[in-house]
Design a protein around this ligand. Structure first.
Ligand code: NDP
Length: 327
C-alpha cells in the first residue's frame, strides 16, 4: 500500500510518501480501505516529536472508509461496512487498521469523504458545547479561530443550543465563513497591537460590559490572557489546544482575581472513554451532517503525496474548515 511516513521528528519535510507492506488486522481490529484521512494538529505534534512517538511511523489518526477484513473476535462489524474513526494511528494510507471499539458506523446519506471530516473535530466541538460547558439559551460565548475546523462546527452547535457566539478570526474571508456558521460578531484579533487588553474590551462592549459566560480557546499561548480577561464572574475558560503554542505555568490566584473563574484543559479521549459515549457523540454529529442540519466545510483536499503541503498549510494558519487527504 501507499502511505505517508514520518522518517524522524521534524518539520513537514520529514514526511515521505512510500510503499509499505499491507497491514493485517489483529484481534478486535478492522482492516479498512481509507476513502479519506483527516489532517489534524495532533498529527503535526506527533510528527514534530512534541508528543512522544516511535520513528518512522505512518502518520494520521482520523478517517473514514470501507471494511475489507475483520480480525478475530470482532462483533458488530462486517466486510463492506462503512466506518469512521478518530484514533487509529497510521490513517494517512490506503489501508488502515482500526480498533473495532473505536470505529463508528457512517449513517446512510453521508458520503465517506464528508464522514472523514467529522470524527475528531466534530466530536470535539460536540463535547465542548454539550458537556464541558453546556451552552444554553442566552449564554454569551467567545470562540477563537472561528473559521477553523473545530471553530465552524462548534459555532453551529453552540448556536443551535441558543448560545450567542462571538468569534475571533484573522482574515475577512474567515470572518465571512464564521458568520455563515452562525457567529453574531467576528473580531479580527490578528490586527490588534495588544490582544490582552484590546480583545476583552471589544468583548465587554458586545456583552453590555459583563463579559462572556464561556471562552473556548484552542489557540493557547497567544490568546490565553485575553480569554481570561473576557470572562464574566464565575465564567469558564475551556483551554482545548495550543495552535499558537502551549500556555506557560499559571498562578491559580488569577482565577480568584478574575471573579471566581473556572479553568479546564479537556481532551477528546476523556469525553469518548466509553463505547456508549463515543456512539452518542458520533451518532449526533454524523447524524446532523447526514440530515443537513450541520454544514461540514471541507476547506482543502490534498492527495496523499501532498501531505507535507497539508501540514504546512494547517500550521501556517492558511486553512479553513477541514483539511483532508485522499489516497
Ligand atoms: P483550526 O482549523 O482551528 O486551525 C487552527 C487555527 O488557529 C488557524 O487557522 C488560525 O485561525 C488559529 N491560529 C491562531 N494563531 C495561530 C498560530 N500561531 N498558528 C497556527 N494557527 C493559529 O484547527 P483545528 O480545528 O484542527 O484545531 C483547533 C485547536 O483545537 C488546536 O489547538 C488543536 O490542537 C485543538 N484540538 C483539541 C482537541 C481536544 O480534545 N483537546 C481535539 C481537536 C483539536 P485564524 O487564522 O483565524 O487565527
Amino acid at each position: 500500500m501507499r502511505a505517508v511516513v514520518a522518517r524522524t521528528a521534524g518539520g513537514p519535510e520529514v514526511l515521505e510518501h512510500s510503499e509499505r507492506p499491507d497491514p493485517e488486522p489483529g484481534p478486535g481490529e478492522l482492516l479498512v480501505r481509507v476513502a479519506a484521512a483527516g489532517v489534524n494538529f495532533i498529527d503535526t505534534y506527533r510528527r514534530a516529536g512534541v508528543y512522544p512517538m516511535e520513528f518512522p511511523h505512518v502518520v494520521g489518526t482520523e478517517g473514514a472508509g470501507t471494511v475489507e477484513a475483520t480480525g478475530d473476535g470482532v462483533t458488530g462489524f462486517a466486510v463492506g461496512d462503512q466506518v469512521a474513526w478518530h484514533d487509529a494511528p497510521g490513517s494517512y494510507a490506503e489501508l488502515a487498521v482500526v480498533r473495532a471499539v473505536g470505529a463508528v458506523r457512517v449513517p446512510a446519506g453521508l458520503d465517506l469523504v464528508t464522514a472523514a471530516a467529522l470524527p475528531l473535530q466534530g466530536m470535539t466541538a460536540h463535547y465542548l458545547v454539550a458537556s464541558t460547558f453546556e451552552v444554553g439559551f442566552g449564554h454569551d460565548v467567545l470562540l477563537h479561530a472561528g473559521a477553523g475546523g473545530v471553530g465552524l462546527l462548534a459555532t453551529q452547535l453552540a448556536t443551535h443550543r441558543g448560545g450567542r457566539v462571538v468569534t475571533t478570526v484573522s482574515t475577512p474571508e474567515k470572518a465571512a465563513l464564521s458568520r455563515d456558521a452562525g457567529a453574531l460578531h467576528t473580531i479580527d484579533y490578528a490586527a490588534m497591537d495588544d490582544l490582552t487588553t484590546e480583545l476583552p474590551a471589544v468583548v465587554r462592549d458586545l456583552t453590555d460590559g459583563a463579559g462572556v459566560h464561556v471562552v473556548y480557546d484552542g489557540v493557547g499561548a497567544a490568546t490565553f490572557d485575553a480569554s481570561l480577561a473576557s470572562l464574566r464572574a464565575r465564567g469558564m475558560l475551556v483551554l482545548f489546544g495550543g495552535a499558537s503554542g502551549q500556555v506557560p505555568p499559571f498562578d491559580p490566584q488569577r482565577l480568584n482575581a478574575g471573579g471566581s473563574l473556572f479553568l479546564t484543559r479537556p481532551t477528546l479521549a476523556h469525553y469518548t472513554a466509553t463505547r456508549g459515549e463515543l456512539e452518542w457523540r458520533a451518532g449526533e454529529v454524523l447524524g446532523l451532517a447526514a440530515s443537513g442540519d450541520l454544514d461540514v466545510r471541507v476547506g482543502t483536499t490534498y492527495a496523499l503525496t501532498d501531505a507535507a503541503e497539508a501540514h504546512r498549510a494547517l500550521e501556517g494558519r492558511a486553512t479553513t474548515g477541514k483539511v483532508l487527504l485522499v489516497p
